[in-house]
Design a protein around this ligand. Sequence first.
Ligand SMILES: [Zn+2]
Ligand SMILES: [Zn+2]
Length: 307
Amino acid sequence: MSIIDKPDPCFLRFWGVRGSYASPFESHLGVGGNTSCVELRAGNSLLVCDAGTGIIPLGEHIISNDGPRELLVLMTHYHWDHICGLPFFVPAFRRDWRVRFFGPGRDAQEIERSIAAQMRAPYFPVETENWQADIGYVEPQCEGLRHGPFLIRHGSVHHPGVTYGYRITIAGRTVVYVSDNEFRFLDRSLANAGDLSDEDHAIFRSVISEERMAELALIRDADILIHDAQYTEEAYITKRGWGHSCYLDTVDAAIDAGVRLLYLFHHDPGNDDRIVEEMLVRARALIAERGSSLQCEIAREGLVVTL
Ligand SMILES: [Zn+2]
Ligand SMILES: [Zn+2]
């Protein structure tokens, strides 16, 4: 699709930007307290990335206007912070809605099992069998998915369990959504590995460079990258290997991959507004230091970005 064919309206909206758990504290509300959920809209086509608590207000919003009555939800993985809004997602309980899900899984049944598991006794009183909408689970397709004008590809990222990042093309622009990912995990491990033989060192270095190429390939030349930037440098020292990035590694990778606009995402609930704003200042200083034209912003709940 060319820019000329761009559907109207065409935008993305952040409904949940927090990682790990919802944090509706006064000190956090400038950035936002809901967990991961991003809406992408192109005309009447609606795509949703992740189903954290942010999908609850999204659901309320979309049933109360004359927009589309169908959507596709892309799950990066099934950790609690990414699925916990689903039991309260109103469109799933409406007969006039059509809801499709895609995420990690060998087939549609495995995707369904992963989504349904949290809505079972003793964890929740209402099961997915009680959903009233036309619900479906999309079979994995190696050539990528289409949803209206959206073309969607996925790639695996570094996070415990199988976790996807999504590369979404719309109206000639590329939006990459990677909510949970630890950049440079092996690289950091080598730095902490102590004495290695020259041979082991060489093997390690070659694996690291392969992994670096793979992680940059998923985000390469993105117009917009929404990426895990959970930890400050100080926090990362004790949390290496937990599957989240130090925000400066995220900025570095975005520069190396030729990204145009980066949104720091999946904010740590331990970081209040002041800390996240300081991270942005330091991120921009790093970009200036590296002489890059990368633009960097904070993903804030409620922010709408025109595509
Ligand atoms: Zn997460
Ligand atoms: Zn996770």
